[in-house]
Design a protein around this ligand. Structure first.
Ligand SMILES: [Fe+2]
Length: 279
């Protein structure tokens, strides 16, 4: 007997019954709903359903806390992470010469929230879409692991990553979730963003994403993941001496961003994870 599961089930079922009575749902509508859920399962889109209903982000916030602490805000991982990205030093280039779009250099430090000291040899696992909004594993024109990398910070916790500014993309074009969003008058665009998993042996790992400022969808992300503290600030760099300093041959946008890792494990959450397991 799992009393937490029992309580949650009662609450959910009670709320569903209330909606059925209020809207006088008939058997045709029930069949439509069940067929929709069947198709969502067949197409492997339950994660996406959770995303577009804002459930993924809400659970992520409950699990990892809000932005009131010093640490960098956590965010959802999304479905496109691939482990074993190419290992790179603290000065890394993750784009290829064929990548179009504006160049971006992202530089900063990985720091500990406890004392604000830099974390040497921290790992910054980065993945992103290209200018068109495609990840390499969705696009046969991109090389394997393009725009992905596992970067190790230097002795001062620093990293400098050369890439391109990722474009926005649609998350549900062809499947049942796309049809559902259209039916309720919502779009399926996500603003351009870059994903990160930042880790160090002395801290809790951080999964998050940074957003492209001024993106047309920055105020209406289809999964509601944008947080002010995670929107990058771009500075246009075109002075010849600056280009030499960063070892690039064309003007680029510079973003300085420090990742601050938490040192406290959240034991409360582990307890909850266990409580929800169905035996
Ligand atoms: Fe993404």
């Amino acid at each position: 007997m799992n009393s937490r599961l029992e309580e949650i089930t009662k609450k959910i079922v009670g709320n569903i019954h209330e909606v059925i009575v209020e809207y006088q749902i008939n058997d045709t509508e029930l069949m439509q709903a069940l067929n929709f859920l069947t198709e969502v399962g067949e197409r492997g889109e339950y994660q996406l359903l959770s995303d577009v209903l804002g459930i993924s982000v809400l659970v992520d916030e409950i699990t990892h806390g809000q932005e009131e602490t010093a640490k960098t805000a956590h965010n959802v991982e999304g479905p496109l992470y691939r482990p074993n990205a190419p290992k790179m030093g603290s000065k890394a280039k993750i784009c290829s010469d064929g990548d179009k779009g504006d160049r971006l250099i992202l530089t900063g430090q990985v720091l500990s929230a406890e004392n604000n000291l830099p974390l040497a040899h921290a790992l910054v696992d980065i993945w992103q879409a290209d200018e068109k909004g495609d990840y390499e594993n969705q696009d046969e024109n991109q090389a394997d692991y393009n725009l992905r990398g596992l970067i190790e910070t230097d002795e001062e916790g620093r990293f400098t990553i050369e890439t391109v500014i990722p474009g926005p993309y649609e998350i549900a074009k062809a499947g049942p979730i796309g049809g559902f969003l259209e039916a309720i008058g919502r779009h399926d665009w996500r603003p351009g963003h870059i994903h990160f998993k930042v880790s160090h042996e002395s801290c809790s790992p951080l999964t998050t994403m940074l957003f492209v400022p001024n993106d047309p969808w920055i105020d209406s992300d289809a999964i509601g993941a944008v947080r002010d503290s995670l929107i990058m600030k771009f500075e246009k760099i075109d002075a010849p001496e600056e280009l030499t300093k960063y070892n690039v041959d064309e003007p680029f946008f510079l973003c300085k961003y420090d990742f601050i890792l938490n040192t406290i494990e959240n034991e409360k959450i582990e307890a909850k994870d266990e409580a929800l397991q169905i035996k």
